[in-house]
Design a protein around this ligand. Structure first.
Ligand code: ADP
Length: 495
């Protein structure tokens, strides 16, 4: 047996429970006939203010002008119900968006007794929808305005909410949860996921370069960067990101890496070859010198005439030149494997002194005067720095005019570098030769001045490996100044 209850009482309780719904009856005369607590909550009228008023007090002036209340009542009378989803007016004139319905109440004989209305305030939802639509419109505007890939992600990145592919990768109109496998190359997925976790944990920018599947199915590279958007509580509510196509740059980088590796390999091969060749050449050359000298010594008076002696002298001096050349080649080839960095900074002055000691013979025979300004300490292996000074000072003396050669060595600070100079009052160099002389075996002189054209090439290699630069300023007949710059603080990078 059903429990006995008072129907009126139950209806009253139901109306009270549905307090966030305005539920009321409208008489056939169009007057509001009842009130519930929801009416006050949704429409802000008390019972006294509400009951007896015309239904039209709830409608906007525009809807009244367009006869919407009559239309709604007519539809409800005809069809039994009429949707009421529109802006309404509350007491005081403020507007709310209502999701409601008007129902016609009829007697058992079908006679219209009254209308009932149920209204729920969904203004907030409408505002949220509007905000979403505006945000989507802004998103579209940005997508259209840029050639970049633009995307929105959920706070934990499990869902890609939107993506404008910029013609580069395909657009996503509806949220997608399999974006990772869909767009990102499988080898790059772990790195991307790690960058995401890091950005979420630190609530900072996500930034990574990775491969993507492009619209045409091929692989491309993007630089992707996303920033978190925060809600009022400081929690991430969305990520907004942009990715730019860096495929061309990546291809170039890969090509450059390949070329650098090829170059390093062929440089190694060449150095190796030069080392072996010059080493193996030395032994037979030494034999030629020794046996020619033996010939001269043993058979000088007995067998050899003056011409033969001259020939033998020539053979010896040529072979000796070749020995020097092979040693220089060996030195040049070995440069790329000589360590650049000293254990502690090197006093440049000591290296100049070392060079002068090695050049003692030349200095004395030409009465050369070499002076030196204040020189700094530098981060370059002492043997290399000594070599540099020895080659430059040696040349300053060698390529002097007849009168006593004068050489000055100086240095000054120039930003992040020390700029050294070796100045002479020698024969000078024509402008169009000033670059060439730094190439291996490039000489401007014949055998009248000894040399094999390796000295300046060695200087250039040392300075450039140390991250510096070498050049000459000169005019024919007016002396030359060789300059080289070495980084002041930075430790030279091995090349
Ligand atoms: P080398 O002195 O053995 O010929 P380098 O490489 O030291 O080789 O020099 C290359 C060329 O540059 C020299 O042959 C010479 O013509 C020119 N040169 C170098 N230093 C000077 C200088 N101080 N004055 C004039 N010419 C120079």
């Amino acid at each position: 047996m059903p429990p006995h209850f008072d129907m009126k009482e139950v209806c009253h309780l139901l109306l009270e429970e549905l307090g966030d719904h305005a539920i009321f009856i409208i008489g056939v005369d169009g007057k509001l006939a009842t009130w519930n607590a929801g009416v006050e909550r949704v429409l802000q009228y008390t019972e006294e203010e509400f009951v007896g008023q015309p239904l039209t007090i709830l409608f906007t002036p525009e809807d009244i002008a367009n006869k919407v209340p009559e239309e709604e009542t007519r539809t409800a009378a005809q069809n039994g119900r009429a949707p009421d989803i529109r802006w309404h007016v509350r007491k005081g004139g403020s507007r709310i968006f209502v999701d409601g319905v008007m129902v016609a109440l009829k007697s058992q004989t079908g006679e219209l007794i009254a209308f009932a209305k149920v209204m729920r305030d969904v203004t907030e939802r409408v505002h949220a929808d509007e905000a979403l639509r505006a945000s989507e419109a802004r998103f579209r505007a940005i997508v259209n305005a840029t050639s970049q890939v633009i995307y929105c992600m959920s706070p934990d990145w499990t869902e890609m909410r939107q993506l404008g592919g910029g013609g580069f990768i395909s657009d996503t109109e509806s949220p997608s949860t399999n974006w990772l496998t869909e767009y990102i190359h499988s080898d790059d997925q772990p790195e991307v996921l790690e960058a995401i976790q890091k950005a979420i944990r630190a609530k900072t920018v996500f930034e990574v370069e990775h491969r993507v599947r492009r619209v045409d199915g091929t692989l491309g590279w993007v630089h992707s960067r996303a920033a978190p958007l925060f809600d009022g509580n400081g929690e991430i509510c969305e990520w907004f990101g942009a990715a730019s196509d860096i495929t061309a740059r990546k291809v170039m980088e890969q090509e450059r890496e390949r070329l650098v590796m090829d170059l390093a390999r062929s440089n190694d091969d060449l150095s190796q070859f030069a080392r072996v060749a010059s080493h193996d050449l030395k032994a037979p050359l030494n034999n030629i010198v020794q046996f020619s000298q033996l010939l001269l010594k043993r058979y000088k008076t007995a067998v050899l005439d003056e011409t033969a002696e001259e020939f033998l002298d020539l053979i010896v001096s040529s072979a000796q030149r070749m020995i020097r050349l092979t040693s220089d080649l060996l030195r040049y080839a070995g440069l790329s494997s000589t360590p650049l960095l000293p254990a502690k900074p090197i006093r440049a002055k000591s290296m100049v002194e070392g060079a002068l000691a090695n050049l003692q013979g030349e200095i004395e025979s030409t009465s050369a005067v070499v002076t030196c300004g204040t020189l700094p300490e530098v981060n370059l292996e002492g043997a290399l720095l000594l070599q540099l000074f020895q080659n430059l000072i040696g040349n300053a003396i060698k390529y002097s005019k007849r009168d006593a050669p004068r050489t000055y060595i100086g240095a000054e600070e120039d930003g992040d570098y020390y700029q050294f100079s070796v100045r002479d009052n020698g024969i000078g160099i024509e402008a169009h030769h000033q670059d060439r002389i730094f190439e291996p075996f490039k000489r401007l002189h014949g055998t009248d001045i000894p040399g094999n054209g390796i000295g300046l090439a060695v200087c250039k290699r040392v300075v450039e490996r140390a991250g510096g630069r070498i050049w000459v300023e000169s005019a024919l007949g007016e002396g030359s100044t060789f300059y080289f710059k070495l980084p002041r603080h930075e430790v030279p990078k091995e090349s």
